[in-house]
Design a protein around this ligand. Structure first.
Ligand code: ATP
Length: 234
């Protein structure tokens, strides 16, 4: 479903991604792991077209999307939940959810989609008219995920979803990811919580200094403390 080859990206003169390549098959959950600053977020941002200077190929469902404007990806079924969540201040939970539909082919089915989301996220259902930025950190993360799911993506990219969230909500969130995967959603996740991410994922790639330095089955990596110590410690 997603094929990344020889992906390079720059911030100013800094050459951050240096030939990243990996793939995600339909229905898979794949994890990118690596130390802080390794280039995981930049990889997701480049796939979304949010890093201005980028080269290589990013094929989504066979089409090279790297040169396409960011909003085109949503209509094609690719969703992104950024690390900083981007909940819009001053808008309610419901209004934030509606934003997820703006560039989506689902925008005409708003009522039905909001009902479905409210069922999946009971915490949000109780707070639909509350200002989005007054939610707890974990609830804001749920809202960011719900907003991305509103467009019915085929592949969702999640950047550090468990960061700064209390353990009970992290449990809830990973149960949701496992359920979404069982229902057929393809997942690409960046996560510092390596054990949890590897428990969800089928496969993982280790990113170090803008390159993929190792890849393997999630179970194999979970059982490999040396690799985890070398590349995954913060
Ligand atoms: P983290 O877990 O800390 O987010 P990461 O693996 O996601 O780590 P990136 O955020 O992709 O790493 O950062 C990769 C490198 O790019 C780092 O050296 C970082 O300082 C640099 N970088 C990230 N964003 C910018 C930016 N907007 N301008 C300049 N350099 C940046």
């Amino acid at each position: 479903m997603l094929e990344v080859a020889n992906l390079n990206a720059w911030y100013g003169r800094s050459h951050i991604l240096q030939g990243i390549g990996f793939s995600v098959a339909k229905g898979e959950a794949v994890c990118l792991i690596g130390r802080n600053g390794a280039g995981k977020t930049t990889t997701l941002r480049s796939i979304m077209g949010l890093v201005p200077k980028r080269t290589g190929t990013v094929k989504f469902k066979g089409e090279d999307i790297l040169p396409a404007p960011t909003h085109r990806r949503l209509g094609m079924g690719l969703a992104y939940v950024p690390e900083d969540r981007r909940i819009v201040r001053g808008l309610t939970v419901l209004e934030n959810l509606r934003l997820g539909l703006v560039a989506s082919p689902n925008r005409h089915r708003e009522g039905e989609i909001i009902d479905r989301i409210a069922e999946t996220f009971p915490r949000l259902r109780e707070r639909l008219n509350q200002a989005g930025d007054t939610l707890s950190g974990g609830e804001q993360q749920m809202l960011a995920i719900a907003r991305a799911l509103a467009a019915d993506p085929q592949l969702i990219m999640l950047d550090e979803p468990s960061e700064g969230i209390m353990p009970v909500l992290v449990d809830e969130m990973f149960e949701l990811f496992a359920r979404l995967k069982r229902e057929g959603l393809t997942i690409l996740i960046v996560e510092q919580n390596v054990e949890r991410a590897l428990a969800l994922a089928d496969r993982a790639y280790i990113v170090d200094q803008g390159e993929i330095v190792h890849s393997g089955g999630a179970a194999e990596l979970l059982a490999n403390p040396e690799i985890q110590e070398k590349y995954c410690a913060v």
